[in-house]
Ligand binder design. Sequence first.
Ligand code: FAD
Ligand code: SF4
Length: 337
Amino acid sequence: MAIIRDVMPAFELLQPNAIAEAQQLLERQGGDGWALAGGLDSFDWLKDRIKRPKVVDLSGIDELKGIRTTSSGIEIGAMTTLTEVVQHPVIRQNYGLLAQAAALVASPQIRNQGTIGGNVSQDTRCWYYRGGWPCYRAGGNICYADTPVGRNREHAIFQADRCVAVNPSDTAPALIALDAKFVIYSGKGERVVDAEDYFIGPDIDITRLHILKPGDLLTKIQIPATWSGVQFYFEKVRDRNVWDFPLLNVASAMMISDARIQQIRIAVNAAAARPLRLRTVESAVRGMPPNPATGEMAGKLAVRGAVPLQFNAYKVPLMRNLVKRAIGGVPEASWAS
Ligand SMILES: Cc1cc2nc3c(=O)[nH]c(=O)nc-3n(C[C@H](O)[C@H](O)[C@H](O)COP(=O)(O)OP(=O)(O)OC[C@H]3O[C@@H](n4cnc5c(N)ncnc54)[C@H](O)[C@@H]3O)c2cc1C
Ligand code: SF4
């Protein structure tokens, strides 16, 4: 069980000022290494969860910060804060989907400190796991949330495999819809992965939500110009609108011409341990008009195969309606009423 402490216990802090140096330090620590970005997820683990990693602080590495326009789109350093992402004029104008998603993360203070790299690499919020219970994800052999009396209102309706926790990131589905690429630096050099391939479920590795291995560093996120300025939709549903993690969110990017959907990318998060790109929906709506009837059909298709737990069946109609609105639009009256 976690011990909630008033004072942060001592830990070893390493402070590199270059990407290569940080990577070498992380690699040298192996499984004990911990990259520290804004610290909003990290400090929670260090303070209360009795994790004692060797912490590699990324805040002194200028190469990891900032937003640059390139010949093929835009590049966001992993240590760029969410506030900078929200406020950047090119992101607001061309990739408004990401600005919208980042603006709905938590509170202004958290967005000022939290980074885009940390937001996509954060751990799940399952309270059993975060409370120090020895569940599957923590190396044990039980899932406390997936029992008839388990508290699983916020948990998964898709792709559970022993663990039913979800990925809580708001920016992740927006980056998938924008076809972003994640640049990872390791001892073997740089590799680039599609945003959707950055995230993994418990079937691949039950101990992490992303593909980073010890010694890997996420350095930047590239967004191609392909989806710049198309029709975007982002919606997040949460318990408290002041600030809270998503119960579900949806992000879509649609290219429309001749009143038909020509191209579309759509993803939801907080429905599974990884953000889900809805490829079946994308195929089904291509060539159709973006109207309520198409939205209705897409919503039904999106939730096919959902397996709700004891207390989260509400997520099935919720996801159906989010997808419906992302594609079919929102009638004025439904917001007004
Ligand atoms: C009260 C609260 C409410 C929140 N609400 C929301 C919400 O509504 N929506 C939402 O999306 N998020 C929410 N968050 C998450 C928050 O927005 C942060 O983005 C997130 O916690 C991590 O960002 P960070 O920069 O603080 O990273 P850290 O906490 O420092 O790091 C998070 C994880 O990512 C790893 N990591 C970070 N950067 C890198 C890198 N460059 N390379 C390799 N690994 C890296 C770290 O090792 C760590 O495991 C909330 C957080 C809190 C505390
Ligand atoms: S849902 Fe996953 S993280 Fe939560 S108790 Fe079950 S195994 Fe642990």
